[in-house]
Design a protein around this ligand. Structure first.
Ligand code: SF4
Ligand code: SF4
Length: 237
């Protein structure tokens, strides 16, 4: 039931994407910064960082339209896509992109805040929207399960930083827990994980925190022994 609700929310979020993609755009934030404007996507990325200090990556698993598009692509390519360099590339892209945005803000200050800067619902925006959706879909088809989340997503680093800050400050946040002793190593959790994580190994070693976990709870729902629990708690030292 939980997963039906999650998929329903993701589908609805994908349907609303023509109205919301301006607020998640890595391009619009640069164009706005060039005019000394802090736009809606900048504010939204800041919100995601703060939200993840309590909600971890629930946004990715339950609300992100890009995630919804990739989960559709996974019906055609369900290959695992996870690994050191596959996950690291997003940080390199993110670092240079954010450095450019900050440079433009500093160069074009004093800054003004305009949440709707460059927001438009003209018909040409629909063409841009279709291009964005196609690129996300094709990238996930070419790579594998949520390949873009692992390798390209410019929003994920904000949330991973938020999670790290919460753990550093011992702020309770949403996280998985495992009752390791009940696991029968059936492997269903790993197979089901949309982020290609080795959940069986996470359970066995009782290391349920992963930067790549999107809190979707697929693993908890598929487990026949209810090994995987979830809740809000601070990191155990
Ligand atoms: S580990 Fe579980 S909650 Fe995390 S992404 Fe994988 S299936 Fe979702
Ligand atoms: S689905 Fe449950 S029982 Fe099976 S390997 Fe994963 S945690 Fe263990």
């Amino acid at each position: 039931m939980k997963q039906k609700i999650r998929k329903g929310i993701l589908t609805y979020s994908a349907l609303l994407f023509p109205l919301t993609f301006f607020f998640m755009s890595p391009y619009v934030i640069i164009m706005s910064a060039a005019y000394g404007i802090v736009n809606g996507s900048a504010l939204f990325f800041g919100f995601l960082l703060l939200f993840s200090m309590i909600g971890s990556r629930l946004f990715c698993g339950w609300l992100c339209p890009g995630g919804a598009i990739q989960e559709q692509a996974a019906h055609s390519n369900n290959k695992a896509w996870n690994g050191k360099w596959k996950n690291s590339s997003k940080y390199i892209i993110w670092f240079f992109w954010l450095a450019l945005v900050v440079f433009l803000w500093i160069s074009n200050g004093p800054l003004a805040v305009n949440f709707f800067n460059m927001y438009s619902l003209d018909s040409h925006i629909f063409v841009i929207y279709m291009i964005v959706v196609t690129l996300i879909y094709v990238f996930a088809l070419a790579t594998g399960k949520r390949g873009m989340c692992h390798s390209l997503c410019w929003m994920a680093p904000f949330m991973i930083i938020g999670e790290k800050c919460a753990d550093f400050l011992h702020i309770p946040r949403f996280r998985l827990k495992a009752e390791t002793e009940n696991c029968i190593s059936c492997g269903r959790c790993s197979k089901k994980c949309p982020m290609s994580l080795d959940v069986v190994e996470m359970v066995k070693t009782n290391q349920m925190d992963s930067n790549e976990c999107i809190s979707c709870l697929e693993c908890a729902d598929i487990c026949p022994k209810q090994v995987i629990k979830f809740g809000i708690s601070a990191k155990v030292k």
